[in-house]
Write a protein that binds this ligand. Structure first.
Ligand code: HPA
Ligand code: ZN
Length: 328
């Protein structure tokens, strides 16, 4: 199994239909169907990002208790460990849970307990708190203020949800506050929005990585900058196909990103909705994109370069990638 770091993963997007049904029953929350297969079938044809987000947010009404958040994260972490993940940097969307009447102590308590168990079992994992961009800048600042008492539970902030019409500059103050707190900063950009969203995330928000970044390829100057400054892109091929950013997996620009010298990494984004976890994504890179062992080793090495970890851990995992390549 290829050892890698998964850096673009929404914990809420790991809610598999069987757990969704179990939590709905446990908490008395109605669902459009109680048949996991029928629920999963509804994920087969999203028109775009918003069509997915509508289903994703609706399903999150089943998450009520600390145990629910624990069970969600524990299930992902155990699948990730089995798929070769050594390090997971995991997004969460606390504004959604607050809107559902779930306090932050429940969210961080449950997720934090599952991450602590995973660390004891040898999987390195941390949380990144995302701002929902379609709630605006002031809501982001308010969330960060409310989350700071739980500072030990997260290492950074991100920006997700509907992109177009919600440019990075709206979140300048929230990201300044995060920087003052010594938090890492990343943002979704260039998933549906154009290259200007990527540039603004770098210039205005001071992000250390770009989540997705596909549309940066439309701007050669920006590509040069991303390459020269070694700004990592957390790319999600199955997500891009599921949300119609890329017509077919065979057309995905990930091989070109590597050819251009970009620090591209591979990730599953919302594995319960887009066809599978990181092992399934890597298998698709091999079969549909004909990526070689060298390509996969490059993606894995990039993931450890891009991870928010200390030098010795990075060196240990990078050596594991070299050993994996040597065994092939
Ligand atoms: N894009 C933007 N926001 C999201 C996503 C995504 O793929 N998944 C969960 N929130
Ligand atoms: Zn994402």
């Amino acid at each position: 199994m290829l050892p890698l770091a998964e850096l673009h993963l929404h914990i809420e997007g790991t809610l598999e239909a069987d757990l969704l049904v179990r939590l709905a029953r446990r908490n008395g929350v109605p669902l459009p169907s109680e048949d996991p297969a029928e629920l999963t079938a509804r994920y087969a044809d999203f028109a775009d990002l918003q069509a997915f987000l509508d289903v994703y947010y609706a399903n999150l009404a089943v998450l009520r208790t600390e145990e629910d958040f624990h069970d969600l994260a524990a299930a992902y972490l155990s699948r990730a460990a089995a798929a070769g993940v050594r390090r997971a940097e995991i997004f969460c969307d606390p504004q959604t849970h607050l809107a559902n009447g779930v306090p932050l102590e429940v969210v961080f308590g449950g997720l934090g307990a599952a991450l602590a168990d995973a660390r004891s079992a040898g999987l390195s994992a941390d949380l990144l708190v995302c701002f929902l961009r379609d709630l605006g800048g002031e809501a982001a600042e308010d969330l960060l203020r409310r989350a700071l008492p739980f500072r030990e539970h997260f290492i950074g902030v991100g920006l997700d949800s509907a992109e177009v019409g919600w440019p990075p500059r709206l979140f300048a103050k929230a990201y300044d506050m995060a920087a003052v707190e010594g938090l890492h900063r990343v943002a979704h950009a260039g998933e549906e929005g154009g290259p200007e969203y990527v540039r603004e995330a770098l210039d205005v928000l001071g992000v250390e990585r770009i989540d997705h970044g596909n549309r940066a390829l439309e701007d050669p100057d920006l590509v040069r900058r991303l390459r020269d400054e070694r700004v990592p892109l957390t790319v999600c091929p199955l997500s891009n196909v599921a949300l119609k950013g890329v017509p077919r997996i065979e057309d995905h620009p990930l091989p070109r990103m590597l050819e251009l010298g970009l620090v591209a990494t591979v990730n599953s984004d919302d594995p319960a909705y887009f066809g599978g976890g990181i092992d399934v994504v890597v298998a698709a890179l091999r079969s549909a994109l004909e990526m070689s062992d060298d390509d996969l080793a490059a993606l894995a090495a990039n993931s450890f370069e891009a991870a928010f970890v200390d030098g010795p851990e990075r060196a240990r995992w990078t050596a594991e990638v070299r050993a994996w390549r040597a065994r092939r």
